[in-house]
Each structure stands twice: as structure tokens, then as C-alpha cells.
Design a protein around this ligand. Structure first.
Ligand SMILES: [Zn+2]
Ligand SMILES: [Zn+2]
Ligand SMILES: [Zn+2]
Ligand SMILES: [Zn+2]
Ligand SMILES: [Zn+2]
Length: 360
């Protein structure tokens, strides 16, 4: 009976503990994998570690490429919704990860579509293409019923299973969460300016390898889950604060009163908060000379003025457009595009949508 019933049961989680140094090493290793991406594997697919000098030299070469020539990669539907933003670990049809494909470019290719071939030895994948997962494995082929992973990575992607003769090439009628079938989707590989022109977010410039279409936390969701009909990203505050109308979801309509009460309470706190702050600030502090007092008050006033005329950030505008229900007559070009705004000011509070109960 030795060893039985003792220690870790089958399937029970490990309890691993690290001291500070161990934790730091893990963080460093994690950072290393993100910076180096697919370059951390040799030709045989084995992991290799760089010395600090090597990493320094590597980053000096790669950093400008990644900042200037980043390509944004997503799996999009025919309506332009990015159903899946590809990240460094997203598997390809060839079963290798996105970071194992070519993602760094000296110069952005002029031909479209841009192909991102696989770099793993003996893999014939000519261009990265995403294949959705269903129940823990890749979706099945409509012709032969075998999973996508059993098919060749070379066009026209025939089945590799022995004795499978009826498959001329992978095909699927799998229905994506957006409502469109698999075959109505395709890969979008685009530059920063092309993506901005499409009105999709580009996020911050990052030094990491193979970031694909990841631009923020909401990129990890499927397109239709990003609470915006376009699947671009999180909607802005005005969108969420729209009046609840009879066209809205029954859940929203049922809670119109409690939502209204909460909003009123928040407004009260906002107003009171500002007033208390002003009262405190108007009092002279202990040990403060007259000159110091006036200087502090002047600085506060300047700060408030600067806040009021804060320029509108065009990049944030392009992510935060959306309409919960299409009311074409109410949407003006200025609402959607970061167009000319002569004053550069944000609209006054009273002009923004404040809920006033159900409108009929
Ligand atoms: Zn591939
Ligand atoms: Zn591959
Ligand atoms: Zn097949
Ligand atoms: Zn097959
Ligand atoms: Zn889709």
C-alpha cells in the first residue's frame, strides 16, 4: 500500500510555491518569450535561450521593425467584423502557433494579400490562416468529418488520414458566433494605416513579437462579444448611457427605474464631490504663506481650464463608435468620425444623452 492514498490525488491541482527570486525568474522568462516570440525555437523546434547581450542585439534589430512595420492580423467575417483577433499563441490551420510564422518585416510587402508563411522546418503552410475550435479540437470537415488538424497544410488541404478518400480538400459549414458560416470568413493582414482607415483599434506600440490583432483586453473576446455591432471594441460611455427606448432589450426595459435611480445617485455624488474639493482647496493650509496660497489656487485653476479644452484623441474616437439601435436620423457624421470640431472642446454635459425613462 506504500504511496497509495497519500500525496497528490489524480487530477488534483499542484501547489507550487516560489520564493521572490523564483518568481522573478518566471517573470523574466515570460517577458523573454513575449519579446522573442517564435525566434526562441531552433530549426528542430527546440527551445533555445539567448544571453543578455544576444537579446540586447536582437531587440536593437527587431524593435524598429515592430514599431514601424507591425501588421495587424485578424480573422474577419464578410461584414468586416474581426471575429478573432490573432495573438502570438493562436494556432494556425497547420497546427503551429502564430508566433512561429513570419511576423517581422524589414519592409512591408506591397502586394496584397500579405502572406505570413510558417517558419517551422518541413511545414508547407504558405500563409497563416486561423481555424476555429469547437469542443477542445479544431472544427470538423464537412466532406470527410475528420477534424481540420488531420488535413494537409498545403492547398487544397486534403485529408491526411489513411483510407480517407472522399475528401478533396477541407471544407466547413461551421457557424461562427457572429452568425456567418466559416466559409464567409477570411484572414485580414493589414498595416496600421489600413486598420485605422477601417475604423478598428490599433492600441499602443509594443516591443513584443507576433502581436497580430491584439490591441487591448477586449481583443481576447470574439468579435460579436465586444458589445459593438462592428466588433471593434468596448463602446464609449455615451453609447452605454443612451436612453432606454421601447426598441431595447426586455431586460433593459424591465430595469429602467433602478438604472435611472442609480444614475441619479451617481450624479449627486459627482456634484457633491466637486463642491467639497473646492471648499477644502479655498482654505489656507497650515504654514502656507499668502504667496504660496495664491500660487496653488492659480495652478488649480489652470489645470481645470486645461482639462476642459483637452483635445479629442482621434485614436480613441475610432474605437468608441457604435449604435445600440440604428437611428439613422439622429446619427451625424460628426458623431462617428473624428471630424472638424472647431472649438476642440468636449460637448457640454447637458448635451450628452441622459436617461429619462422609457421613450415611446
Ligand atoms: Zn501555418
Ligand atoms: Zn506550420
Ligand atoms: Zn476533409
Ligand atoms: Zn478525412
Ligand atoms: Zn464570425
Amino acid at each position: 500500500m506504500a504511496g497509495r492514498g497519500r500525496g497528490r490525488g489524480r487530477g488534483a491541482p499542484f501547489n507550487v510555491q516560489f520564493d521572490d527570486a523564483g518568481q522573478k525568474s518566471i517573470d523574466q522568462y515570460w517577458m523573454y518569450t513575449r519579446l522573442v516570440g517564435g525566434d526562441m525555437y531552433d530549426e528542430e523546434g527546440r527551445e533555445k535561450l539567448m544571453s543578455e547581450e544576444e537579446l540586447c542585439k536582437y531587440m536593437k534589430e527587431k524593435l524598429p521593425q515592430r514599431l514601424e512595420n507591425r501588421l495587424f492580423v485578424s480573422w474577419s467575417s464578410s461584414t468586416g467584423m474581426d471575429c478573432k483577433e490573432v495573438g502570438p499563441e493562436t494556432p494556425c490551420f497547420c497546427q503551429h502557433r502564430f508566433k512561429q510564422h513570419k511576423t517581422d518585416f524589414d519592409k512591408i510587402p506591397t502586394e496584397r494579400p500579405i502572406l505570413l508563411p510558417c517558419r517551422v522546418k518541413n511545414c508547407k503552410c504558405a500563409a497563416y490562416h486561423y481555424v476555429p475550435m469547437s469542443g477542445g479540437q479544431t472544427i470538423r470537415c464537412s466532406a470527410c468529418k475528420h477534424p481540420a488538424a488531420e488535413h494537409s497544410e498545403k492547398e487544397p488541404y486534403p485529408c491526411k488520414k489513411p483510407n480517407c478518400q472522399k475528401c478533396p480538400g477541407f471544407k466547413s459549414s461551421y457557424s461562427c458566433g457572429c452568425g456567418e458560416p466559416y466559409y464567409n470568413h477570411g484572414m485580414t493582414v493589414e498595416t496600421k494605416s489600413e486598420r485605422l482607415a477601417r475604423g478598428h483599434p490599433v492600441g499602443q506600440d509594443v516591443p513584443f513579437a507576433a502581436m497580430g490583432g491584439l490591441t487591448g483586453f477586449s481583443s481576447n473576446l470574439e468579435g460579436y462579444q465586444r458589445m459593438d455591432p462592428s466588433g471593434r471594441g468596448a463602446p464609449n460611455k455615451e453609447f452605454l448611457d443612451q436612453d432606454i427606448t421601447c426598441q431595447d432589450d426586455a431586460y433593459l426595459r424591465a430595469h429602467v427605474n433602478s438604472l435611472q435611480a442609480k444614475r441619479n445617485a451617481n450624479m449627486l455624488v459627482d456634484d457633491l464631490g466637486g463642491e467639497i474639493e473646492e471648499q477644502e482647496s479655498a482654505m489656507k493650509r497650515e504654514g502656507e504663506t499668502d504667496l504660496e496660497f495664491f500660487e496653488r489656487r492659480y495652478k488649480e485653476r489652470r489645470k481645470r481650464e486645461l482639462w476642459n479644452i483637452a483635445p479629442v484623441d482621434p485614436s480613441s474616437q475610432s474605437i468608441t463608435t457604435g449604435v445600440r439601435h440604428q437611428r439613422a436620423s439622429e446619427i451625424q457624421v460628426g458623431d462617428i468620425m473624428p471630424g472638424p470640431n472647431p472649438t476642440g472642446r468636449n460637448p457640454p454635459k447637458s448635451a450628452r444623452g441622459r436617461g429619462r425613462g422609457v421613450k415611446k
